[in-house]
Ligand binder design. Sequence first.
Ligand SMILES: *Cc1c(COP(=O)(O)O)cnc(C)c1O
Length: 394
Amino acid sequence: MSDALMNTYARADLAFERGEGSYLIATDGRRFLDFTAGIAVTSCGHAHPHLVKALQEQAAKLWHTSNLFRIPEGERLAERLVAHSFADKAFFCNSGVEAFEAAAKLARRWQHVAGNPKRWKIITVTGSFHGRSMAAISAAGNPKYLEGFGPPAPGYRTVAFRNTNELRAAIDDETAALLVEPIQGEGGIRQAELDYLRELRRICEEFGLLLIFDEIQCGMGRTGKLFAYEWADTPPDIMMLAKGIGGGFPMGAVLANAKAASGFTPGVHGTTFGGNPLAMAVGNAVLDVILAEGFLDNVQAVAGHLRKRLEAIVAANPGQLEELRGAGLMLGLKAVRPNGELIGALREAGLLTVGAAENVVRLLPPLTLSRAEADEACDIIERTCAEAARSAAE
Ligand SMILES: *Cc1c(COP(=O)(O)O)cnc(C)c1O
């Protein structure tokens, strides 16, 4: 591996030449079933013809103009996201952490404009992940990511996940908003109960707070509905999106209802690249795929099949797997031995997966996954667990 790269990742010694749907083909010719999807990013699989065409056509016309001018493809994408969500307005950026920054600023700014300038603090929960900026690591409060970077940015307070008593007790007259992932990704595929999400909504009404959902990982069809909040019928005021929204093209978005969105007026927030014509062309193409008749029904059907098989595998392998977590195509296997061992063994057997906290192995296939591909992955997991059990017994 090149010494010219900063030492920020513990990469596998593996590089890919191309992708085909749910598969990645390595530079040495090996073929892998990709249950990482670039960490929940390549939602439509690799080299989806509709996305390739949209990118190539836009690339030949116009890449970038800046937000000094109107961007018709962005107006169209905003209108479509608004039409299919709780939101009235959208703001486009380039990544998840930028969506976090915009959402946090919007919540503070709305309280300011609404006559509550003292309300600027945001309450978050343990196990969260919102990105790697100073503010985002401060918000999530994970000591592992904060160490060595000086004092955390002020204005964030973390309370225990799923504990509404502790949450209520933490609210004071400086609190602006609550920020939660409906399903924690990096935190170990920890799913918030639907009643917990509904209770968060009630608490926000009671105390005059804004509810922010981080659907960067669990949104854009990953749970089998376009957005995870739909399962609880509990719309937030502000929602962060990224990862799957661009299908592999770097982009993010913040959606907000009219009330919260009124916090932003010209000059208050902005980005040079956000919402540029290339990203917007791809974003619209991703939505074409996900919103196509029957697509999300198929995600639910394949996910249901995958879950059933995985449940059986977990039950049959208590020495290797502790439990199955998650929803839709955002699943986690809690490993008994260190999760890195299982990830490595699965990779050797042709299945790519990704780790998470709490010793979890994340399964994040593309949303275009077929039933046969789900079976292929399960066969690999089954074989790998059997081999691990055999070698443990020796
Ligand atoms: C990945 C992720 C982020 C950060 O996104 P980046 O594009 O890496 O900045 C934030 N929140 C959640 C829930 C994520 O999964």
